[in-house]
Design a protein around this ligand. Structure first.
Ligand code: SAH
Ligand code: SF4
Ligand code: F3S
Length: 476
């Protein structure tokens, strides 16, 4: 057994939350017997995979409390908005959403409106809600998610907005119920928080320092998933390469992958996100040795100019990044590469931006997630004087988008006539007579096929390629 050095949540505290869930479940079932209607919940998730994963826990707890999920916000008795604050537009989206619920609260005064997640870890956001959005019933943060049952129960009897933001962040809570939307693939968080403090980024400020889950907890979750029929596991963390560093363990992320690779029933392993400064030769080697690890790597480079990278506090140069990519391509032939890029970081000139385009052309990423720099108060970059004007940011953003679309098409052209393994997810969105799924390299593949294929791994010959997806025919 491995040891954790920091505070653990008391088991008694968790048992107390379980009791509350049970009590609410009984209340809800009594109400159902009275009026024949189930109480329902509606959850809006505005952030990244970590946020999605938290929403799965919120839904898991609501299920345990006897609520039913609805896709219609008008039907809901409990609404949870799980916020993000990584860029400004995420904030704007939130206030639009909260505003829209005002009328629904008037129509249904019993409706509980809850707002949680990363943005609620910022004092100014909570203050805005307190002042301007008094129809919100409950506000909580990222560190006290496990206390949701108690908070829901308390807020039912509160006249004013109940606010519960916890400052302690040094623990991990296991055994929170989870509702997974997908049977065949699952995200498994292996660590929380981030220690990197890139100068533009709010995440370390709202998610706290790196905390790794114990390997035995991760493995038992994955074994359970596999027993339930799950085939694809994505190991999740802001910087998975630092897994285990905060624990007194003799193992690192590569060792964790080796263990997961041995779990029966798991067919595919992915992970994200890796930081270029931490990706080790051992990890690259492990990826090539472990058959279940997919030929795919998400490695954000953010910017091509060394001056900008330094100001971003990324701790690598363009040359070092390109060298790592070369190594990855050498050891993992056919690997699909994706990245995150920021356009318009303070001080980024057009010449600096050319370096970003140069990285895109040299690496030939399958996919880039592109963002216009957004000022986050509380981060060092927000204080920098050389902020870039909107016109330049947008102009360069358009150039980047165009280049990446061309590169993606070129990369996908190589797939023509190739046979790829696809994990079938369901009917295709555009054509219900076809199936859709993903290749090991993460490509969306639409294909015609017959039978009960959902959840199966099938071979598909690619007949048509586009920038963002592939079409094909199932092989006999
Ligand atoms: N931990 C992950 C993901 C962080 S957030 C990582 O380091 O890769 C996802 C992406 O949002 C980042 O990679 C970055 O490209 C972008 N991002 C973060 N802060 C931003 C900001 N202030 N403005 C614009 N994009 C930002
Ligand atoms: Fe943000 Fe950097 Fe941490 Fe990623 S590594 S979450 S970009 S601070
Ligand atoms: Fe994710 Fe947004 Fe929080 S990107 S970690 S939900 S600030």
């Amino acid at each position: 057994m491995s040891e954790r050095k920091e505070i653990k949540i008391d088991k008694a505290e968790l048992d107390r939350q379980k009791e509350i869930m049970l009590r609410l479940k009984e209340n809800n079932s009594m109400e159902y017997q009275k009026n024949g209607k189930h109480k329902r919940y509606f959850v809006i998730t505005l952030g990244c995979q970590q946020n999605v994963s938290d929403s799965e826990k919120i839904m898991g707890m609501l299920d345990e409390m006897g609520y039913e999920k609805t896709e219609e916000r008008e039907e809901a008795d409990v609404v949870v908005i799980n916020t993000c604050c990584v860029r400004e537009n995420a904030e704007l989206k939130l206030f639009g959403n909260i505003g829209a619920f005002k009328q629904l609260k008037i129509d249904n005064p019993g409706l509980l409106l809850c707002v949680c997640g990363c943005m609620m870890e910022q004092e100014h956001a909570v203050a805005t809600i307190k002042k301007k959005y008094k129809h919100v019933d409950l506000v909580f943060g990222t560190h006290n998610l496990y206390r949701f049952p108690e908070l829901i129960e308390r807020s039912m009897n509160e006249k004013y907005t109940l606010i519960d933001i916890m400052n302690t962040e040094g623990f991990i809570v296991e055994d929170i119920p989870v509702r997974r939307e997908d049977k065949f693939k699952a995200w498994v968080t292996i660590m929380y928080g981030c220690n990197n403090f890139c100068s533009y980024c709010i995440v370390p400020h709202v998610r706290g320092r790196e905390r790794s889950r114990l390997p035995e907890d991760i493995v038992s979750e994955i074994k359970q998933l596999a027993a339930d029929g799950c085939k694809e596991i994505t190991l999740l963390g802001q910087n998975v390469n630092s897994y285990g560093k905060d624990l007194k363990l003799e193992m690192d992320f590569a060792d964790l992958i080796k263990i997961v690779n041995e779990i029966e029933g798991v067919e595919r392993i992915r992970f994200m996100t890796s930081h270029p400064k931490d990706i080790s030769d051992k990890l690259i080697q492990t990826m090539s040795e472990c058959k279940k690890v997919c030929e795919q790597l998400h490695l954000p480079f953010q910017a091509g100019s060394n001056k900008v990278l330094k100001a971003m506090n990324r701790k690598y140069t363009k040359e070092e990044y390109l060298e790592k990519i070369e190594k990855v391509k050498r050891v993992l032939p056919g690997v699909a590469l994706s990245t995150d890029v920021i356009v318009g970081f303070p001080g980024e000139t057009d010449e600096d931006f050319e370096e970003t385009l140069d990285v895109i052309s040299k690496v030939e990423f399958d996919q880039s997630f592109m963002f216009i720099y957004s000022k986050r108060s509380g981060t060092p970059a927000a204080e920098m004087e050389n902020q870039i004007n909107e016109e330049q940011k947008h102009r360069n953003f358009e150039r980047l988008k165009k280049l990446q679309a061309d590169v993606s098409k070129k990369v996908n052209d190589d797939y023509l006539n190739r046979i790829v393994e696809v994990l079938v997810e369901g009917p295709s969105k555009n054509d219900a007579s076809k199936f859709t799924g993903r290749s090991r390299t993460g490509k969306v593949v639409n294909f015609s096929g017959q039978g009960e294929l959902i959840g199966q791994l099938v071979n598909v010959r690619i007949t048509e390629v586009f920038s963002w997806f592939l079409n094909g025919e199932m092989e006999a």
